[in-house]
Design a protein around this ligand. Structure first.
Ligand code: SAM
Ligand code: SF4
Length: 330
């Protein structure tokens, strides 16, 4: 079992399988992002070996993310291999976070592999706004992907980044649309991760304000529902769905953190909001056995920090953390 210095059990691994993406969401990436050379990436076989080591150490949930995970070539091979751990009950859940652009193609394969729930990011239902936010994405394609996922039987949670002056007028519609389509929704505050072309503070919208506004339209009830993650949930009486709020900047969610994050180059980050990391690629390649790898994982967990210290303000010019969300995965 992996227990960190603060007594938290780490049983959740998130893997960013690629830093690349077919969108360029303005709050996530600059338009001219420089990506890693492909030769620096761990192979899918190496990623599976790391997952195997983590599963043997008690990890029960794996989320595949990115960049856009479904644009990595042959990614279904990794899903298929990891699906076998679900069959043996060594893993409780295999899931992914996606922008939805490739779901038409992959939704039914994901279900056959054993994936049951996925997160899909969608910030607006307005075509023009969607183009402005994602720069390269097409709303119709994503909506078709969401339909494909629902028809295949996947349970969906929509992730929406709350953006002042951009989508704040749409939250009621988004909640109603999710309610009608039997999907939960989680709102996320913008986090100061990685350099982008614009100033994120212009669009920072505290979710405390969003919640107050939503209460004018819906009866929101507190719930104990908790996925072990950073979201705090409320239920909407009118639609009987859950709304999550991820508030890294207005509420510190670190006390219950159960996760670590692996990048596509084999760097393990023990916290989304800290630079502390440990390399797993060298120990992985040092030997065919997992001895060095497991030693390095234990070392990483022993350095897991108590929490992040995100601040989004106009005084500091640099983002709190220099790597982009696509490096460590959302
Ligand atoms: N490409 C996939 C997607 O968009 O779902 C997976 C990776 S993306 C980095 C994961 C989540 O992070 C998305 O919901 C995205 O909206 C969110 N995200 C990206 N950059 C962010 C930032 N700076 N602050 C808050 N959320 C961010
Ligand atoms: Fe790509 Fe997801 Fe980042 Fe948008 S949020 S640019 S879809 S990785």
């Amino acid at each position: 079992m992996l227990i960190d210095p603060f007594g938290r059990k780490v049983d959740y691994l998130r893997i960013s399988v690629t830093d690349r993406c077919d969108f360029r969401c303005f709050y996530c990436m600059s338009e001219n992002m420089k990506f890693l050379p492909k030769k620096d990436l761990l192979s899918l076989e190496e990623l599976e070996r790391i997952c195997d080591a983590f599963i043997n150490l008690g990890v029960k949930k794996i989320r595949i993310t990115g960049g856009e995970p479904l644009v990595r070539r042959d990614i279904m091979n990794l899903f298929t291999k990891l699906g076998r751990y679900l069959d043996n009950n060594e893993l409780d859940e295999l899931t992914l976070t996606t922008n939805g652009s490739q779901l038409k193609r992959y939704a039914s394969d994901l279900v056959s592999i054993g994936v049951k729930r996925i997160n899909i990011s969608l910030d607006t239902l307005d075509k023009e706004k969607f183009n402005n936010i994602t720069r390269w994405g097409h709303l119709d394609n994503v909506l078709a992907g969401i339909d494909a996922a629902r028809n295949a039987g996947l349970k969906i949670k929509i992730n929406t980044v709350a953006l002042k002056g951009i989508n704040e007028d749409e939250f009621v519609d988004l909640i109603n649309w999710c309610g009608k389509n039997d999907m939960d929704i989680t709102f996320i505050e913008t986090m100061p991760l990685g350099d982008i072309d614009t100033d994120r503070t212009n669009n920072y919208l505290p979710l405390s304000l969003v919640r107050t506004r939503l209460k004018r339209h819906f009866t929101l009830k507190k719930t104990d529902y908790n996925t072990g993650g950073p979201a705090r949930y409320m239920t909407v009486n009118e639609t009987n769905q859950k709304i999550g709020f991820i508030t890294p900047l207005t509420h510190n969610f670190c006390e219950s953190c159960n996760r670590v994050r692996l990048t596509c180059t084999g760097t393990l980050y023990m916290c989304l909001g800290q630079e502390d990391n440990i390399d797993l690629r060298i120990p992985l390649r040092q030997s065919e056995s997992n001895t060095f790898l497991i030693e390095a994982i234990h070392k990483g967990i022993s350095k897991k920090p108590k929490g992040h210290d995100f601040i989004i303000d106009r005084i500091s010019e640099l983002p709190a953390v220099s790597r982009h969300m696509s490096t460590t995965g959302g």
